[in-house]
Design a protein around this ligand. Structure first.
Ligand code: ADP
Length: 251
């Protein structure tokens, strides 16, 4: 479902990702761990096409994110191609990123209506179902500022799911929350992960959560994968000293 081939990303003189190769199967749930600055968020932003690779290629469901075919030629992807590729992918951010001037219902329906052309009535029906699922059925007409951080994050999750993505990207989704709100959001995501056939790529520092939801963990350092394996292995008997040091520092 996701394939990185020899992906490098530089910002000016700083190399953030170095000739990175990895793939994620359809329906697989993968967690990225590693010290701050190791390139994890950049991977998610590349997938959302919020950033472009410096070299290498990224494919999502067989579709290249950086180039497209025009006749016999391979040319840089245009905006239309990127929009098409992005439709398969949803992302939930650390800082929720809800539209502050729209109510909850509108936050959830805006993208399906505008980007997918779903009739508003149908989008609202689906949004109400999603709000029920995230336990916020009574908040459809509230504005984000009237909600707690945990509630805002649950709206953001509903908003991502409203696009019916095949791939869901989670970037430190509980790290901006008050401690007592963390488990509600994590439980919701665990249920979503275990119900559907979503492909999930998750960046988190919460190792319990990583263990609960992922099939595989990738440990990053300085833009490269230093170790990977099932969570039981990475968290209990990591092979690399770098992984042991990192886990010791955060636990
Ligand atoms: P992580 O998610 O592992 O903490 P990031 O992917 O956020 O790491 O960042 C990796 C490195 O790339 C950091 O050193 C960060 O400062 C740098 N970086 C990220 N985005 C930009 C940007 N837009 N411009 C310049 N440097 C950036």
């Amino acid at each position: 479902m996701i394939r990185f081939d020899q992906v490098s990303k530089r910002f000016g003189d700083v190399t953030v990702l170095r000739e990175l190769d990895f793939h994620v199967e359809r329906g697989e749930r993968v967690t990225l761990i590693g010290p701050s600055g190791s390139g994890k968020t950049t991977i998610l932003r590349l997938l959302m096409t919020l950033e472009r690779v410096t070299s290498g290629t990224i494919h999502v469901d067989g579709q290249c994110l950086s180039h497209m075919r025009r006749g016999e030629r391979r040319v840089p992807a245009d905006e239309r191609h990127l929009r098409q590729a992005r439709k398969k992918i949803g992302m939930v951010f650390q800082q929720f990123n809800l539209f502050p001037n729209m109510n909850v219902l509108r936050n959830i329906t805006e993208a399906p209506v505008r980007a997918l052309g779903v009739p508003r009535e149908q989008a609202e029906e689906k949004a109400r179902e999603l709000l029920k699922m995230v336990d916020l059925a009574d908040k459809a007409h509230a504005h984000p500022s009237q909600l707690s951080g945990g509630q805002q994050q649950r709206v953001a999750i509903a908003r991502a799911l409203a696009m019916e993505p095949e791939v869901l990207l989670l970037d430190e989704v509980t790290s901006a929350l008050d401690p007592e709100l963390v488990s509600g959001v994590q439980n919701l995501l665990r249920d979503i992960a275990h119900q559907g056939n979503l492909t999930l790529l998750c960046v988190t520092h919460e190792m319990h959560f990583a263990r609960d939801i992922s099939h595989r963990v990738l440990m990053f350092d300085q833009g490269q994968i230093v170790e990977e394996g099932p969570p039981e292995q990475i968290f209990t008997e990591p092979a690399q000293q770098r992984t042991r040091d990192f886990l010791q520092a955060i636990l």
